[in-house]
Design a protein around this ligand. Sequence first.
Ligand SMILES: NC(=O)c1ccc[n+]([C@@H]2O[C@H](COP(=O)([O-])OP(=O)(O)OC[C@H]3O[C@@H](n4cnc5c(N)ncnc54)[C@H](O)[C@@H]3O)[C@@H](O)[C@H]2O)c1
Length: 254
Amino acid sequence: MTTFPSISEMIDLAGKRALVTGGGKGIGAAISKRLVEAGASVTIADIDPDMSEVANELSATFALCDITIPEQLEAAVRLASDESNLDILVNNAGIYPPTGRIAEVSDEFVSKMLDINVRAQFSAAREAANCMSSGGSIINISSIAAIRGGASISAYSASKAAIIGLTQAFANELGPKGIRVNAIAPGIIETEGLVQQKEALKEGGIDVFAAITANPLRLPGEADYIARACLFLTSELADFITGHILVVDGGSTA
Ligand SMILES: NC(=O)c1ccc[n+]([C@@H]2O[C@H](COP(=O)([O-])OP(=O)(O)OC[C@H]3O[C@@H](n4cnc5c(N)ncnc54)[C@H](O)[C@@H]3O)[C@@H](O)[C@H]2O)c1
């Protein structure tokens, strides 16, 4: 029989290099914080230069990076991997502007949404995988919108559903190399990005503050719940888990 390490050894990320895209705010910041706490060397790649302060506070490295620009993304991966090996990618940066009713959704809007939420996330996973060896772990951030389409979020739902396909295909191809690829589908989480859009979402029939606690557990959706799930998936606790979509939503899709 295999002798397995203790729990504390399995969640110890000391010596691991991690890259978190969009890691300066919201869900990404909560994930960065937990990865640092678990001992990883974290690089935060964010389009917003002000997020370098968050990186400093967390003792993380900062890469000013728009994930849609290949040169910037490649530079962030090089920095995070120290030009050698990357252990963890959290593919989190994404946008969710209210889509509007289907009849009003333009092709330009759909293209922009897919460019950031799908094309750039695909590139990030590919570039990270190129720097990973056995034990590497990729976590893609999808959404419950991928599982349950909502009125007025059609383009977003489509983009996040694509992340499920990406995750499963990458898991199949990279599994034999010992690289695991999983996704988290968060429920409604109170973040700066979400709250900023409360008025626009209201027009689409979504009351953000009501939605945050609209789950069977009656718990407000907080970013740290997603960070905990991410820590589990990146750690050795999840060594036999790949291609999985972990829904973390207080049961709202149950
Ligand atoms: N908040 C929710 O309710 C919720 C639910 C399900 C899924 N998600 C997903 O979780 C992820 C994070 O959401 P959040 O609510 O924390 O968002 P947020 O808007 O609060 O933070 C997003 C971060 O990503 C950065 N960013 C945006 N575009 C970028 C780009 N092109 N390149 C690099 N960085 C970029 C922003 O500067 C910001 O720091 C997104 O992929 C989102 O779709 C969020």
